[in-house]
Design a protein around this ligand. Structure first.
Ligand code: RTP
Ligand code: MG
Length: 137
């Protein structure tokens, strides 16, 4: 089976809080490979494509505003079963209840804002990964 790739984003809250190195260290310590990496300030068009599945949901506009509030780090990460592996490292969406030991569980919290700021994004399927890597790289 060919080695899988996923898109990881360190979102603006992670970059602003100086957690880029800590998050990259967890990905590397797990044994995944960093294939490509860039600092990006996405425009609205990129985010509309990336978050197309969420259009119309109550958190959609706050999410786009949050994602345009500062730079993100986009990373192409490779490894066997890396898509599910990174989502396991990240923890569930809500950082308050994400399990300790995960990125969101250890490093995130609820800041009382209109959208969950949860530090990272990881593609959720082979199809999403291909689509999202094409958007960000
Ligand atoms: P991601 O796509 O970023 O890896 O996260 P996810 O699958 O765990 O979450 P998803 O349901 O795809 O939602 C995308 C992002 O939208 C924000 N969100 N906020 N109710 C809320 O305030 C809310 N729900 C979702 C989060 O930033 C989430 O990661
Ligand atoms: Mg998602």
């Amino acid at each position: 089976m060919a080695t899988e790739e996923t898109l990881v984003l360190i979102k603006p809250d992670g970059v602003a809080r100086g957690l880029t190195g800590a998050i990259l260290a967890r990905i590397e310590a797990k044994g995944y490979s960093l294939v490509d990496i860039r600092l990006v300030e996405p425009d609205r068009d990129v985010l509309e494509r990336h978050y197309a599945e969420h259009e119309g949901k109550p958190f959609y506009e706050p999410l786009l505003d949050f994602m345009m509030s500062g730079p993100s780090v986009a990373i192409r990460v490779a490894g066997n079963r890396v898509i599910e592996g990174f989502r396991s490292l990240a923890g569930i969406t809500d950082p308050t209840t994400a399990a300790p030991g995960t990125i969101r569980g250890d490093l995130g919290r609820d800041w009382g804002l209109r959208v969950q700021q949860n530090l990272v994004h990881g593609s959720d399927s082979v199809e999403s990964a291909a689509r999202e890597l094409d958007i960000w790289f």
